[in-house]
Design a protein around this ligand. Structure first.
Ligand SMILES: [Zn+2]
Length: 603
C-alpha cells in the first residue's frame, strides 16, 4: 500500500500573515521530485499564480538539506534522493476572499490551491493533513471548520484530516477561528454552517431555511453516491458578497446585515440574497463539481482550460438558485418575479450583449469576464445573467411545446444521469445534443440564436405562456436595480449615457456607454465630475439635479481628467427604458395558470 503524502499546516506568524506548510513524500521520484502550486482555483476562472505568495521554500531528507531548484513560476524540483523527502514552505496569506488564504490575529482561512504544493506524478496518492494550532495562545479557543474527513481529530478541532487524493485535498477550504456553528440533517446526511463575524443571528432559523432549500435541490437531482456531509462556511463582515463552490462544502461571504436576528420573521431582501447565494452554491455540488465540462476532467491547474459551456454551469445554476427558493415555499411568486426582473434588467442594460455571445463569454472568461475593465459593459455579456435567462426561456419553451410533459428539470436529470453520476464530463456539444435527443428537432435555431447569437431572447413570449407580463420602464435612480413596478410623475432622471461611481465624495465616470451622451461629449472612463451647468454635481445631488433639466438640453460639463480640468458640452437625453419588471396576468385562463403553478411549484 502506498504511503500517503503527509501535509502539515501551521499558522506560523499571525502578525506577518505567514503559514508554514510541510509536505513529506515517502517515495519521491528518483529522478528528482517536482512540486507544483496551482495557478488557479476551480470555480474561479482566472490565472492567479498562487506560488507568488511563497516567501521561502526548501527541501530536506533525514534532517539534511536537499537542493531545490525552481523550474518556473510555480514548480520546483528537488535533487534526486531515495530517502523520505520533506518540503517546507512559508506562504504569505492576506487575501480575504473565498478564493484566497488569509491569516491574522482573529482567524485563519485557507483554500488548498493557495497553500498546498502537489507531488508531480503522484497526484492520486492519499493525502493526510495535520492542521496545527498557532504557537500563540490566541488560537486556543478557535474552532476548525472543514468538510475534509477527520482521521484523528475531534469535531471542529485541530488534528489530522484525510483526503483521497490531491484534487480532493484542495477542494476543502478550512476556516479556523471564533465560529458560530449550526447543524442539521438533509435526508440523513449531516449538514453544518459555520459563521465567522461579529454577528448574533437566529441560527435555528438559518438551519431550518437552509434545510428546506437543500431538500428541494435533493428532490430535483437526487443524492450523489459520495455525498455524506456538507458544510456552509460563511464569513459575515459588514459588507461583502460572494461564494465559491466545492464538492462537499462552499465558502460564502455576505453582509451580517443580511442574516436574520432572533425575533425577525419576514424574509428581508438581504436574507433572500443570502438564501439565493447558499442555494446557488449548493446546486453546484451537482452542476460543475460532479457534472462538469469534459475539459475539467481532470482540471489542468497550471493553465487556462477553455470551454464554451460556462453558461450551462453558471447560467443554469443562476436560474435554479432563486427558482428553488420559491419551490421551497420560502419566497412568494411576486418576490421571485422581482428577482427574475432584476436579472433581465442586468442583461438589457449591458450593450455588450450585442457584441458577445454567451458561448464566447464562457470561452473568454479567463481574460474578459474575470478581468473586466471600464469597457466591459460595452463589450461583454455575463454568462451568469444571460445564461440564467436562456435557462428560463428554454424551461418555459420545453414546458409549452410538450404540453407540460418536459421541462429543464428533465434535461438536467438526463445530463446528471449521463455525465454527472459517473463523472464522465460533458462534451462541448453535449448539452445541446442531449436536448435534441429528448425533444427531437426544433431547438437548433433556438440554441444558435441564444447561445451563439447576440440578439434578444424570446423570453417575453415564453413568459406569456405562463401568464406573466414583461414590462420595461426607465430607471428611476442610480440605485434602481429593476424588478419592481414603481411609478410617479416625472421621476425619471435624464441620462448621461454613463455609469457613475462615488467614493471619497468624488463622483467618477466608471464607464461610458457606446453611443450615449457622455461618449458624444468626449467623456472618458475615470473622468471626475466637477460641475454641470455651472453648479456642483455630486453623488448626493446627482439624481435630483438631473431631474431639473429637459430632454435635449445642452449643458456645460466640467470634469478632471487626471489633474487637467476639462470643459465640454453634453446633450442630455431621456433615459432609455432598460429596466424590467414582471407581473402576473390576473385574468389568465385556467390552463395558463396551471402551467404557471407547474413551473413555480414542481420539482
Ligand atoms: Zn456559481
Amino acid at each position: 500500500m502506498t504511503t500517503p503524502h503527509h501535509y502539515a499546516i501551521r499558522p506560523k506568524d499571525l502578525g506577518a500573515h505567514l503559514y508554514e506548510v510541510q509536505l513529506t513524500v515517502a517515495a519521491p521520484d528518483p529522478a528528482g521530485q517536482i512540486f507544483a502550486i496551482p495557478a488557479w482555483i476551480p470555480g474561479s476562472y482566472m490565472i492567479r499564480d498562487y506560488a507568488k505568495h511563497v516567501v521561502a521554500i526548501r527541501a530536506e531528507a533525514d534532517g539534511r538539506s536537499v537542493e531545490l531548484q525552481q523550474l518556473d513560476k510555480s514548480r520546483w524540483q528537488a535533487a534526486p534522493t531515495e530517502r523520505v523527502l520533506t518540503l517546507v514552505a512559508e506562504i504569505y496569506a492576506y487575501d480575504e476572499s473565498v478564493r484566497g488564504a488569509h491569516l491574522d490575529n482573529t482567524h485563519a482561512y485557507f483554500n488548498g490551491p493557495c497553500v498546498f504544493p502537489s507531488v508531480d506524478g503522484q497526484e492520486n496518492v492519499e493525502c493526510v493533513l495535520d492542521i496545527q494550532a498557532p504557537d500563540d495562545s490566541i488560537g486556543d479557543g478557535w474552532r476548525v471548520a472543514t468538510s475534509m474527513r477527520r482521521k484523528d481529530a475531534q469535531a471542529y478541532a485541530y488534528g489530522t484530516y484525510v483526503a483521497a487524493d490531491y484534487a480532493e485535498l484542495i477542494d476543502h477550504p478550512v476556516e479556523i477561528g471564533d465560529l458560530a456553528v449550526g447543524e442539521f440533517d438533509v435526508r440523513g446526511v449531516p449538514h453544518a454552517i459555520a459563521i465567522r463575524g461579529r454577528t448574533r443571528v437566529d441560527m435555528a432559523r438559518i438551519c431550518h431555511d437552509l434545510r428546506t432549500v437543500c431538500e428541494q435541490h435533493m428532490e430535483l437531482l437526487g443524492e450523489p453516491r459520495d455525498f455524506d456531509r456538507y458544510l456552509f462556511l460563511l464569513h459575515a463582515p459588514g459588507k461583502g458578497y460572494g461564494g465559491l463552490e466545492h464538492r462537499w462544502s462552499t465558502s460564502l461571504v455576505c453582509s451580517r446585515d443580511n442574516l436574520p436576528q432572533r425575533g425577525e420573521e419576514e424574509i428581508s431582501d438581504g436574507y433572500r440574497t443570502f438564501l439565493g447565494l447558499a442555494s446557488h452554491e449548493y446546486f453546484h455540488l451537482w452542476n460543475i463539481k460532479r457534472l462538469k465540462p469534459a475539459v475539467f476532467t481532470p482540471y489542468d491547474l497550471a493553465n487556462e482550460s477553455y470551454t464554451q459551456l460556462m453558461w450551462v454551469f453558471e447560467g443554469i445554476t443562476s436560474y435554479y438558485d432563486d427558482l428553488i427558493l420559491i419551490r421551497a415555499g420560502l419566497i412568494s411568486t411576486e418576490s421571485y418575479l422581482e428577482l427574475l426582473g432584476q436579472i433581465v434588467t442586468r442583461v438589457i442594460r449591458s450593450g455588450g450583449r450585442h457584441r458577445q455571445s454567451v458561448a464566447e463569454s464562457s470561452f473568454d472568461a479567463w481574460t474578459k469576464f474575470y478581468k473586466q475593465d471600464a469597457n466591459a459593459t460595452n463589450a461583454i455579456v455575463s454568462y451568469y445573467a444571460k445564461g440564467a435567462l436562456i435557462a428560463a426561456t428554454l424551461d418555459l419553451k420545453l414546458r409549452a411545446e410538450s404540453d407540460g410533459e418536459l421541462s429543464l428539470d428533465d434535461v438536467m436529470r438526463a445530463c446528471w444521469d449521463r455525465w454527472g453520476k459517473g463523472e464522465e464530463g460533458m462534451p462541448e456539444d453535449g448539452f445541446e445534443s442531449l436536448c435534441a435527443e429528448m425533444v427531437g428537432d426544433g431547438l437548433e435555431d433556438f440554441f444558435e440564436a441564444a447561445v451563439r447569437g447576440t440578439g434578444e431572447l424570446p423570453l417575453q413570449a415564453m413568459l406569456a405562456t405562463v401568464g406573466v407580463d414583461y414590462h420595461l420602464r426607465q430607471a428611476l435612480s442610480r440605485s434602481d436595480k429593476g424588478g419592481k413596478k414603481k411609478s410617479g410623475k416625472r421621476l425619471t432622471p435624464l441620462w448621461l449615457g454613463a455609469n457613475l461611481s462615488s467614493a471619497g465624495g468624488k463622483l467618477t465616470f466608471s464607464s461610458v456607454l457606446n453611443g450615449g451622451p457622455a461618449e458624444q461629449a468626449g467623456i472618458a472612463p475615470g473622468d471626475v465630475v466637477v460641475a454641470l451647468d455651472g453648479g456642483a454635481l455630486t453623488a448626493t445631488n446627482c439624481d435630483r439635479r438631473l431631474r431639473s433639466f429637459r430632454n435635449g438640453e445642452t449643458l456645460e460639463l466640467v470634469v478632471f481628467r487626471g489633474d487637467d480640468l476639462m470643459t465640454t458640452r453634453i446633450t442630455l437625453m431621456d433615459a432609455p427604458a432598460n429596466t424590467c419588471y414582471l407581473s402576473i396576468v390576473e385574468e389568465a385562463d385556467l390552463a395558463t395558470v396551471a402551467r404557471r403553478d407547474d413551473w413555480l411549484n414542481s420539482a
